[in-house]
Structures are given as C-alpha cells and as structure tokens.
Design a protein around this ligand. Structure first.
Ligand SMILES: [Zn+2]
Length: 269
C-alpha cells in the first residue's frame, strides 16, 4: 500500500485528507472547467483533483479553499539545487517576529508528542517565525483527526492548506485509521507528517511538485506549471538532496529537514 503524503512507499502514504464519503460520492471529473482553470492558474496540476467539504484537494494532501482559489496571490518561487523547488503561493506575514500557536484537538498522545516534536524542530532553526503548542484558546493552527481507510493502494496520512491574508492555514487533518500509522503510532513518524503539513500551512509546496514520481514512484507527473521562473538561491549545492521534508510521498519513517530545506526556510522566514 502506498502512503501519500505522504505516501509511504511500501505503504506509500498520501498526505491527503479526503472524507471517505465525499471521496466516494464525487468523482474527480466532476470538477468544473472554471474551477480547473483557477487551480491551473495557481500553478497546480488538474489531473487528480478531489472535492471535499472544505475545498479542493490537489497533490494528495494540499487543500485549496475557495478563498485561495479566488485570490491572486503573489507567487514566490525559489529553487535550491537542481531538484528542489519550493513553490510558495501566499506566505505568512512575519515582520520582525511571529509566534504561531498550535492546538491538538481530540487526538492521542502520539499526536500531541508528534506536534511537540515538529514544533521543536522548527524552533531549532532559529527562524523569525516560531511555534508554540497551546491547550486552550484560539490557535492559529488546529490539528484534528479524521478516519479514512486505504484506497487504491494508497492511504492518506494527513492534509492541510496554504496561507491566506498573511496567516497560516488554520487546520491540519491527521488520519487516525490504523492503516495510516498502526495501532501504536510512532511519535517520529506522526511528528514528521505534522512537520510536513505545517510546512504547507506556512506556504511550502512539495519539493518534487515538478515530478511527484520522485518520491511516490509510478509514472512521472508534473503537478504544476514549472515554466514560471524560480529563483535559485545563490551558493546552494547543485546536486539533489533526496530527503526533503516536503516530498509528496512519505517513506513511512521519520523525515525531517535536510540541509536545503533549512536554506529554503531561512530564506523565506
Ligand atoms: Zn504535502
């Protein structure tokens, strides 16, 4: 089984969050031409779109809300090395410093510990944006559960969306089905998926969006228009760095920032 993310390979996990009933009820080809055009305009592929109660899911785990589809975000594309492209749409407004609060709602200890691990890893980078987990009040990002079985050899591990109006996307959904993380979830596995989903919440695209087969296997799929110029950050290596935390599919294990990811995050935040 594949896990989309995050797909994990042996189990490739899709980082996607399709509500089972909606996913069953609405076929991808029911998406209107007008909606497909808006999605393409934002630079996403239109071959695998799923409608959900919250919007449209692309690339497995990225939710495009109506608010995002109807916006005209300032696009910022950066390229690091030859094979890593961090294509952002809206970014979070940070200024000199910004604290992003995260609340884990109705999930088990592994998800709480996983959120803490992800927060610790982001905060360890020394960015102007820092994260803190809160247990009451209104957070910037809520981490919720959903329960969805595997389907077509893939299972969705989690999903999230992109920033709007200078704020992070407000929800990360994590699959609580035992087919996703087992009955006794690994904190590092769950934590690395949360780390990935929070990456989307602050504007990061899949590092391999230009060819998702890089991490997911199968046939080469360009998820987005890569003809728009991307800024190669000077001084970064020219060789591929294969373990980015923003790869589309999970390897089913712990995956954190690689050296290029850190360069990209520090450039943006
Ligand atoms: Zn993703």
């Amino acid at each position: 089984m594949k896990k989309i993310l995050f797909f994990s390979l042996l189990a490739v996990s899709l980082y996607s969050c399709k509500k089972t009933n909606l996913d069953d009820a609405i076929a991808p080809d029911n998406i209107s031409a007008a909606t497909k055009a808006k999605i393409a305009n934002l630079g996403f592929g239109t071959s695998n779109i799923h409608q959900t109660e919250d919007g449209y899911l692309v690339e497995g785990d990225i939710l495009l809300t109506d608010a995002l589809l109807n916006s005209t975000p300032t696009q910022s594309l950066i390229r690091i090395a030859n094979n890593e492209q961090y294509r952002t749409t809206n970014l979070v407004t940070v200024g000199t410093a910004r604290v992003v609060t995260i609340l884990v709602s109705n999930l088990g200890q592994a998800f709480i510990d996983g959120a803490d691990l992800a927060i610790q890893r982001y905060n360890g980078l020394g960015l102007k944006m820092t994260f803190v987990r809160i247990t009451s009040g209104t957070p910037d990002i809520t981490i919720l559960g959903f329960n969805q079985r595997a389907k077509g050899g893939y299972i969705t591990l989690g999903s999230s969306g992109f920033p709007t109006n200078g704020n992070p996307y407000n929800t990360v959904k994590m699959n609580t089905n035992s087919a996703a993380y087992g009955t006794n979830p690994s904190v590092t596995y769950v934590g690395s998926v949360i780390q990935h989903e929070v990456g989307h919440c602050i504007g990061m695209r899949h590092t391999d969006y230009f060819d998702r087969s890089y991490s997911c296997g199968g046939t080469a799929t360009n998820e987005g228009a890569s003809t728009i110029g991307a800024i190669l950050i000077p001084g970064t290596p020219s060789s591929a760095d294969p373990n980015s935390w923003m790869l589309a599919c999970s390897n089913g294990a712990d995956r954190t920032f690689n050296a290029n990811d850190i360069v990209g995050l520090k450039y943006l935040y």
